[in-house]
Design a protein around this ligand. Structure first.
Ligand SMILES: O=c1[nH]c(=O)c2[nH]c(=O)[nH]c2[nH]1
Length: 315
């Protein structure tokens, strides 16, 4: 009989982190009476010398989560919010460099975008009506995401987006697949391809603070390239489309080393209208919300490390 069957080894503390999650900070910049809005959901996760607080309850190394919340709001005032990535970099640097016990900071941010409400006056040539300068409607499109991690020497920035719904009403087929005794799916030679893009991409940048990517430009370009690839790919499967979207981003953006997609196949089923004596020539569909196929993959620059966690794409 082995020794450990008599004396199982004791419990020890494993990975741990703490901080205030989901700080909803809205920053308004008032440029005369033209206003600008940044609307973020910021989550702080710190780790370091936290054995004692877990084991004995000594809080000597614990910067309160309440303080991390206050820091988010104070930094919105002091540094402004240039981009989600830049704001996260300020915060991560602050926690790691100002607190001896904190060795790693991870800041996760969701950004909701707003656009100006168009009024009849703003549409006419008499631009300058008050309402267009301070009235906004939340953009129905995607949510931008960013995760910034800093350990005192190296940065890791993973940006992304979610809830970007797209559809091709043709140029999609699906056939030639495996058929076993449970297969009932009919081959499709002209189907609707629709998905809600969730994607995260990792920047190669990790140390030189004077050579950071232009975060807003990278975001806009990554989104533009993935949408162009979605539109331009004649699709034989969502997997093939996903791969083309990733290849397009990696080949067009040298600052991005890795990109991951999580693409639900938003199935559109042709409705049988025969019972009503009607023909359905690819005109009427039932948009099923569940279940959905879920297609996920990482595309990376040859030689790059695969570091985006598998389950990060649905942050
Ligand atoms: O693009 C698709 N990929 C699949 O793997 C799949 N499976 C399925 O039933 N329909 C589809 N469509």
């Amino acid at each position: 009989m082995t020794a450990h069957s008599h004396h199982p080894r004791p419990a020890i503390l494993g990975q741990n982190q703490y901080g205030k999650a989901e700080n909803r900070v809205v920053r308004i910049v008032r440029d005369g009476d033209t206003h600008h809005i940044k609307d973020l959901n910021v989550s702080v996760a710190l780790s370091g010398d936290m054995e004692e607080v877990h084991l004995s309850g000594s809080n000597a190394n614990v910067l309160p989560t309440d303080t991390t919340k206050n820091t988010v709001f104070a930094f919105a005032k002091e540094h402004g919010i240039e981009s989600a990535e830049q704001f996260g970099i300020h915060l991560a640097r602050h926690f790691v460099t100002s607190q001896e016990a904190i060795h790693r900071a991870r800041i996760r941010i969701e950004e909701y975008s707003w656009e100006r409400i168009e009024t009849s006056e703003s549409n006419s040539r008499f631009i300058g009506a008050d309402e267009v300068k301070h009235s906004f409607v939340r953009k129905g499109q995607e949510t931008r995401t960013a995760q910034i991690t800093y350990d005192g020497s190296r940065w890791e920035v993973i940006s992304g987006l979610k809830d970007l719904t797209v559809m091709n009403s043709t140029n999609s087929e699906f056939w030639g697949y495996v058929k076993d005794k449970y297969t009932t799916l009919q081959e499709a030679y002209d189907r609707i391809l629709a998905t809600e893009v969730s994607s995260q991409w990792r920047y190669g940048w990790s140390s030189d603070e004077d050579r950071m990517p232009n975060w807003d430009r990278s975001y806009a370009q990554a989104k533009k390239h993935m949408l162009a690839a979605f539109a331009e790919t004649y699709s034989l499967s969502l997997q093939q489309t996903l791969y083309q979207m990733g290849v397009r981003v990696i080949n067009s953006r040298s600052e991005i080393d890795e990109i991951r997609f999580s693409l639900p196949n938003k199935h559109h089923f042709l409705v049988d209208l025969e019972p009503f004596g009607l023909k359905n020539d690819h005109e009427v569909y039932y948009a099923a919300d569940r279940p959905y196929g879920l297609i996920e993959a990482t595309i990376l620059r040859d030689g790059a490390e695969q570091r985006i966690p598998v389950d990060m794409t649905n942050l």
